[in-house]
Design a protein around this ligand. Sequence first.
Ligand SMILES: [Zn+2]
Ligand SMILES: [Zn+2]
Length: 111
Amino acid sequence: MQNRSRGAPAGYQGAEMVARSAGRKGRRHRAAKQDLHKTSTRCWLCGHDGAYELDHDPPRKMLLALRLDPDDARYHKPAHGTSCPCPTCGKRCNQVKGDRPAPTPRMVHEW
Ligand SMILES: [Zn+2]
Ligand SMILES: [Zn+2]
């Protein structure tokens, strides 16, 4: 009567380790996303269809700096991202553009 074949600890999926506190207000953000989908799913970065990520233009950081509301639909643009790479050019436009972290020098990782 043994039903367990795997020893993986339950609850450890690993995939979603993203901090919830990333500053995006969950519910409003999701609603905004849906609104955006109704308006357009054409990526504002590469111009192709099938973009389901919500991008900000101007960038969120700038909106916050200007004390504007990043949840205002006026600043929302559809873009491709990790969850929906562009079916046409394969880019993850949102991340490609991203916040552009300083180019990382090649580092030797010790494994
Ligand atoms: Zn795109
Ligand atoms: Zn594209």
